[in-house]
Design a protein around this ligand. Structure first.
Ligand code: ATP
Ligand code: MG
Length: 423
C-alpha cells in the first residue's frame, strides 16, 4: 500500500511511523520505570513503617501512630484482627483490589505471627495518572511535531525532483535550442539525473533532426526528378509512337505518379498533425477504391486471378486520399502476391472496406507479428522487406482507423474500419 503513495507522502509516512514507534516505546518505558520505582519506594516505606510501628507502638502496648490512609493488622491481637480479604497474602509487598478501591498491603511474619500494613493507593494513583497524562501529551505532541517536520522535510527533499519532472514534462525539451537541465541543479544525485536526461534528450534531438533532414531531403531531391519524368512522359505520350511504346510510357507515368504519392505518404507520416493540412487531399472511399481496383485488377487478371470490386454499403465520408490509397494498395499487393489461384475481392462497406483472397492464409500465431516492421511470414514472396503491413498499421493508428485480420487456409480477410463511430 505504501509503495502506491506519492514519494513525498511515503517520506512523511515513514517519518511519522518512526516517530510513533520511538516515542511510543520511550513513553511506555517511562511509565514502566516510574511505576516500578514508585512501587519499590512504597514497598520500602511500608516495610520501615511496619518495623517502627511494631517496635515503638505495639511492643509498648500503644495504638499504632499511622496516617489516615494506613491501617495496621496483626494475627495475635484481637483488636487488630486481619480482615478476611487480606488473609493468605504472601510475605512482602502485595497489591489488593477491593471493588473500586485498590490497596497496598505489606505483610511480615515474625515468630509465626502475621503483621500487616494496609495503605490506600489513591495518592499514588493520582500521581500515576498525572504522569500518564503528561507522557501521553508528550507523545501526541511529538507525533504532531514529527508530522509537521516530516511534511517540511519531504517537500524540501522532493522539491528538486518535482521541479525536474515538471521541466522534463513541460519544457519544450525536444526543441533544438532548449537549454540543458543539469546547470539548474547542484552536482548531487538529482544533478546527475538531470545530466542523464540532457544526454538522452540530446540523442533524441539529434535523431529527430536527422529524420527531419532526411524527410525534407527526400522530398526535395525526389520531387525534381519525379517532375522531370512526369513531364517527359507527357511529352512522349504526344509523340508519334507505336501503341506498345505508348503503353510503356503510360506505365512509366503511372509508376512515377505512384512514387510521388509514396513520397507524400512518408512525408505525412513523418510530420506532426499541424503541418498536415498543407498536404491533405480528401477523397471518398469509392473513388480511391475504383482507382486502386483499376490498377491492381489488371495485374491480378494478368496473374490469372479473378478480381471483383463489390459495394455493400454507401459511404459518404471523406478521407486522406494518400493514406487511404497506400493502405488499400498494400493490402491489394499482398493479396496479389500471396494468392496463387482463385479470386481477390475488394468490398466496400459503409465506413469500412475489406480485401479478401483465396490464398494459403496466415497461421493464427503470426497474426500479430506480421504487422511489425521487417517481419515476413512463412509464405513470403519476392523481394519484399516485411514493411507493407507495418506501414498500414502506422497509417491506421495515425488516422484513427482500425485494421483487423481473419484468416484460414483458402480464405484471408483484412478489414479496415475508417469510421469507427459508425460501425
Ligand atoms: N493476403 C495475405 N495472404 C497470406 N499471407 C499474407 C497476406 N498478407 C500478408 N501476408 C504475410 O504477412 C507478411 C508480412 O506482410 P508485409 O506486407 O508486411 O510484408 P511483405 O509483403 O513480406 O513485404 P513488403 O510488403 O515490405 O514488400 C508477408 O510476408 C506474408 O507472409
Ligand atoms: Mg507486402
Amino acid at each position: 500500500m505504501l509503495s502506491k503513495q506519492p514519494f513525498e507522502r511515503r517520506i512523511l509516512i515513514a517519518f511519522v511511523l518512526m516517530t510513533v514507534m520511538v516515542s511510543g516505546l520511550f513513553s511506555l518505558s517511562i511509565v514502566a520505570v516510574v511505576h516500578f520505582i514508585e512501587e519499590h519506594l512504597v514497598s520500602q516505606d511500608m516495610s520501615r513503617q511496619l518495623d517502627e510501628t511494631l517496635k515503638e507502638d505495639i511492643s509498648q502496648d500503644l495504638a499504632p501512630r499511622l496516617d489516615s490512609s494506613t491501617r495496621f493488622f496483626s494475627s495475635d491481637q484481637a483488636q487488630y484482627a486481619i480482615p478476611a480479604e487480606y488473609k493468605g497474602l504472601q510475605e512482602g509487598f502485595n497489591e489488593v483490589v477491593n471493588g473500586d478501591q485498590a490497596y497496598y498491603v505489606y505483610v511480615q511474619e515474625i515468630n509465626g505471627q502475621t503483621y500487616m500494613l494496609v495503605q490506600e493507593q489513591e495518592e499514588f494513583e493520582a500521581r500515576e495518572s498525572a504522569l500518564f497524562n503528561v507522557v501521553l501529551a508528550g507523545f501526541l505532541l511529538t507525533v504532531i511535531a514529527a508530522w509537521g517536520l516530516g511534511l517540511v522535510t519531504a517537500r524540501k527533499v522532493m522539491a528538486p525532483v518535482t521541479r525536474l519532472a515538471q521541466q522534463v514534462r513541460h519544457r519544450d525539451q525536444l526543441h533544438p535550442l532548449a537549454p540543458p537541465l543539469a546547470p539548474d541543479y547542484p552536482d548531487d544525485e538529482i544533478g546527475q539525473l538531470a545530466a542523464a536526461f540532457d544526454s538522452t534528450l540530446g540523442q533524441v534531438r539529434q535523431s529527430l533532426e536527422r529524420e527531419r533532414l532526411f524527410t525534407s531531403d527526400v522530398s526535395h531531391e525526389l520531387r525534381t526528378p519525379l517532375m522531370i519524368i512526369a513531364s517527359s512522359c507527357e511529352l512522349l505520350s504526344e509523340a508519334p509512337l507505336a501503341p506498345r511504346e505508348k503503353e510503356q510510357v503510360a506505365r512509366i507515368a503511372r509508376a512515377c505518379e505512384e512514387m510521388r504519392e509514396l513520397v507524400q505518404t512518408f512525408l505525412q507520416l513523418a510530420r506532426d498533425k499541424s503541418n498536415e493540412a498543407v498536404f491533405i487531399g480528401e477523397r471518398s472511399l469509392a473513388s480511391v477504391a475504383e482507382e486502386q481496383a483499376c490498377r491492381w485488377g489488371a495485374l491480378m487478371e494478368e496473374k490469372g486471378l479473378a478480381f471483383q470490386m463489390q459495394v455493400e454499403g454507401e459511404d459518404h465520408g471523406q478521407y486522406n486520399a494518400t493514406f487511404l490509397a497506400t493502405v488499400m494498395a498494400n493490402l491489394l499487393r499482398n493479396a496479389l502476391h500471396y494468392t496463387e489461384h482463385g479470386s481477390v475481392r475488394l468490398i466496400l462497406e459503409q465506413g469500412a472496406f475489406r480485401i479478401e483472397d483465396s490464398g494459403a492464409g496466415i497461421p493464427i500465431e503470426q497474426h500479430e507479428r506480421i504487422f511489425q516492421p521487417f517481419v515476413r511470414g512463412a509464405q513470403a514472396r519476392g523481394e519484399g522487406l516485411g514493411l507493407g503491413l507495418s506501414l498500414v498499421k502506422r497509417i491506421c493508428a495515425k488516422q484513427g482507423w482500425q485494421v483487423s485480420l481473419q484468416s484460414e487456409p483458402g480464405h484471408t480477410r483484412f478489414r479496415v474500419t475508417l469510421n469507427t463511430s459508425s460501425v
